[in-house]
Design a protein around this ligand. Structure first.
Ligand SMILES: [Zn+2]
Ligand SMILES: [Zn+2]
Length: 278
């Protein structure tokens, strides 16, 4: 393994106990010692919306890195999750995880994204015990915590709730007072096993990326920098919108390489050809 990996320490920036998920994976992969970097990341936005996250996930991750002073650490890692409609399949919810590893020595960033539909992300206005029960079942409660709000955009009454008794008593107060209450899934890592699984998958992706070395200078993080479309149609040989090749690029030495037919096929089915099947 390259010199890059030896004798490194990893500082994990989190407020939600993510060091227990992230640290051991990198320790096992590269032998890195790790430590929790406790920073109040909530000042950059929270899931529960008390402070609205202003920037996009990558900008937010970079701001978190900037919160820890450069000279005190070696490697710094930040995990950032976003939840909403799936970017490819709009009608289902997705967990979009981003992991940013920053090398304080070389000032180099290693970034991976992992999008999964395996999430319980949800929120609903409920007005009776049955609706509440159905929501909790879908939310995979009580292993996954929930948040109760006065209304959809209203104040958080309580978050990180794992107790059925508590959900019931808080909801009943609202059913009596104003007929309904807003309940949503708590997406903070320590309250959400599905999210924990997604973070672990993202870490594995980053480890794989770091292990991928440039064929020219052996620097880690050699990865696809661009996807080129234009796979020719099997019938008319016109270029289709399907992937023809991946461009690989080394940020260190600028070595670039085009790898054709990444999906193992040299022609596309005419079914996906705008010319043959408009
Ligand atoms: Zn290189
Ligand atoms: Zn065609």
């Amino acid at each position: 393994m390259s010199e890059f990996f030896s004798n490194r320490t990893l500082g994990i920036v989190t407020k939600h106990q993510k060091e227990a998920l992230i640290g051991p994976l990198f320790q096992e992969a590269f032998g890195w010692e790790y430590a929790l970097l406790e920073v109040d990341t909530d000042q950059l936005g929270t899931f529960t919306g008390e402070i609205e996250r202003e920037a996009d996930p990558l900008t937010t991750a970079r701001k978190k890195v900037a919160l820890v002073s450069d000279d005190a650490h070696d490697m710094v890692i930040v995990s950032e999750g976003s939840f909403g409609p799936h970017p490819a399949v709009g009608f289902i919810a997705a967990d979009d995880e981003l992991l940013l590893l920053y090398d304080c020595k070389s000032k180099e960033e290693f970034i991976v994204r992992h999008i999964t539909a395996e999430t319980n992300f949800n929120g609903q206005e409920v007005s009776n015990a049955e609706e509440l029960h159905n929501f909790l079942e879908r939310a995979k409660f009580p292993e996954h915590a929930v948040i109760i709000r006065e209304s959809r955009a209203g104040k958080v009454v309580e978050k990180g709730i794992h107790s059925l008794e508590k959900v019931k008593s808080l909801s009943n107060l609202f059913f009596e007072k104003k007929s309904s209450v807003y309940i949503e899934t708590d997406m903070r890592a320590m309250h959400n096993p599905m999210r924990q699984k997604a973070i672990i998958e993202t870490c594995k992706k980053l480890i794989e990326k770091l292990r991928s070395a440039c064929p020219e200078c052996h620097h880690p993080g050699y990865d696809v920098s661009e996807v080129i479309s234009g796979l020719p149609c099997m019938n008319c040989f016109y270029p289709t919108r399907s992937t023809l090749s991946y461009l690989y690029h080394c940020k260190k030495c600028d070595y670039t390489e085009e790898k054709k037919y990444p999906h193992g096929k040299s022609h596309e089915d005419p079914m996906y050809c705008d010319h043959c099947n408009p």
